[in-house]
Design a protein around this ligand. Structure first.
Ligand code: UD1
Ligand code: MG
Length: 478
């Protein structure tokens, strides 16, 4: 039997989270690319439980909708009134019946808890043959937490809430994390016998331990190696603090795997991001969502990449990339904005102040400066002159532009889509291209220049321009 594989995991997430002062339910606040409850579900899922439940109450429409979308494997159980942690678990068991086997109970607001720690709790639970095993931590300041009361021999007797504890018990520094492994059948029986005779008049899940012990069953505790892991989020200060810690954990993992992170203090990487060894991440960079960075790529300074794939040896500086694919050895930025569907092939370039959306830029093709490329297919070896615009929008619909291989688009060309520029064609700088340009042709679409000699001296007499013109013509003193 695999003792670290529970029959069910129950995630409690019905509480209000008043101190967040938010319209968003607490467990939906995000850190490192996932809502708090998502971190807990990910850790729980890795135990491969047969069933996964989330108790929802406050903000249950929002939390329920989130689960339906992002965690369809988790079954929501509604706890209409929040009458305590014991009540929350009772609602699950009343809804689904007794769960034979090991039932793990956790909270939705403890994002640092790792699968390994949950597995250790489950292992201790099985090895000691307990009816209930609580995950605890020894902390400097246990104020507010339930205390683990043990006898002289160290056996766990009960858990006493801070507000119900006597002076002696208040000195106990071993706190209840709120995570437990239970024998599902014994839990189902004991949960019905939890009273509300406490300071808050709530059904305390913690009381199940004393009930089981009184019935003659073994109860125990597993002390977490790292007390930080069981920290919960109650307000935005803790939210930021735990984000910092989780982010550091991600960065340390990357650095140990061979990624250079120049300034961990200003680098933020979501848990779903992959970075290969020998990539370099410069300061002020965020890698978000499902971003993938290949070996030898350099990102930053000052980049935000979301769901973007970066090929080997690519260089991305001071840019925002969202749903983009950046090929090997491609160059992006400074100050580029790659939007969804932007695809740069090998050695392509989207340079300074360039915006690209739904467009393929072929191998070795360059869009070096001040250009908008929207809804386009650009072939290989193309150069797009500065300040060109792919005019894709007629006010109603978006249209596509096709540029062949080895095309030279002159600076400040307006390409009015739909339009096709054939292989090897040129456009003249300043052209407004409305018609297709066949392969090898030059498209010119601009006014011929008119030069009116002496206009400035006549019409702007006395200005510095007129004086400069006179000097140039050697007419100063005439
Ligand atoms: C609880 C424990 C305490 C422990 C602490 C750790 C009890 C009685 N006390 O206290 O020993 O040290 O957690 O953080 O269990 N919830 C529901 N429904 C409810 C009440 C709570 O789903 O009716 C959920 C909350 O959303 C939260 C979790 O359970 O995720 C804990 O609730 P909270 O009110 O924070 O419990 P504490 O009083 O902190
Ligand atoms: Mg709490």
């Amino acid at each position: 039997m695999n003792v670290t594989r529970p029959a069910a995991v129950i995630v409690l997430a019905a509480g209000e989270g008043t101190r967040m002062k938010s319209r968003i339910p607490k467990v939906l606040h995000e850190i490192c690319g996932r809502p708090l409850v998502g971190h807990m579900l990910a850790a729980a899922r890795d135990l491969r439980p047969d069933r996964l439940f989330v108790v929802i109450g406050h903000g249950r429409e929002q939390v329920g909708a989130h689960l339906a979308q992002s965690a369809p494997d988790a079954q929501p159980i509604v706890q209409a009134e929040q009458n305590g942690t014991g009540h929350a678990v009772r609602m699950v068991l009343e809804a689904v019946g007794t769960i034979p086997g090991t039932v793990l109970v956790t909270y939705g607001d403890t994002p640092l808890l790792r699968t390994e720690t949950l597995a250790e709790l489950l292992r201790t639970h099985a090895e000691q043959g307990n009816a209930a095993t609580v995950l605890t931590a020894v902390v400097a300041d246990p104020t507010g937490y339930g205390r683990i009361v043990r006898d002289e021999a160290g056996a766990v007797l009960e858990i006493v809430e801070h507000r119900d504890a006597g002076p002696e018990q208040l000195t106990i520094r071993e706190m209840n994390s709120g995570v437990y492994a239970f024998d599902g059948s014994l839990l189902a029986d004991a949960i019905k016998r939890v009273s509300t005779a406490n300071d808050q008049g709530e059904e305390y899940l913690t009381d199940v331990l004393a009930i089981l012990r009184a019935d003659g069953h073994r109860i125990g505790a597993h002390v977490a190696d790292d007390a930080l892991e069981v920290e919960g989020v109650n307000d935005r200060v803790q939210l930021a603090w735990l984000r910092r810690i989780l982010n550091d954990r991600v960065l340390v993992g990357l650095m140990r795997a061979g990624v250079t992170i120049v300034d961990p203090a200003s680098t933020f990487v979501d848990v779903g991001v992959t970075v290969e060894a020998d990539a370099v991440i410069h300061p002020g960079t965020q890698l978000r969502g499902r971003t993938v960075v290949a070996a030898g790529a350099e990102i930053g300074p000052g980049c935000t990449l979301t769901d973007t794939v970066v090929g080997e040896g690519a260089l991305v500086r001071n840019s925002i990339c969202d749903g983009a694919e950046i090929g090997p050895e491609a160059i992006v930025g400074p100050f580029a904005y790659l939007r969804p569907g932007a695809k740069l092939a090998r050695k392509a370039k989207a340079g300074t102040c360039v915006e690209v959306k739904s467009a393929v830029i072929g191998a070795g093709s360059k869009v070096p400066h001040l250009t908008y490329v929207g809804d386009a297919t650009i072939g290989e070896g193309v150069n797009i002159g500065a300040s060109s615009v792919f005019v894709n929008y007629d006010g109603v619909e978006k249209h596509h532009t096709v540029i062949g291989d080895h095309v030279r688009i002159g600076s400040d060309t307006m390409l009015i889509a739909p339009v096709t520029i054939g292989d090897g064609a040129y456009t003249a700088a300043g052209s407004v291209i409305v018609n297709d340009v066949p392969p090898g042709a030059m498209g010119v679409a601009r006014e011929r220049q008119r030069t009116i000699e002496g206009w400035v001296e006549r019409r702007r007499a006395g200005t510095t321009s007129a004086e400069a013109a006179k000097r140039a013509k050697g007419l100063e003193n005439k």
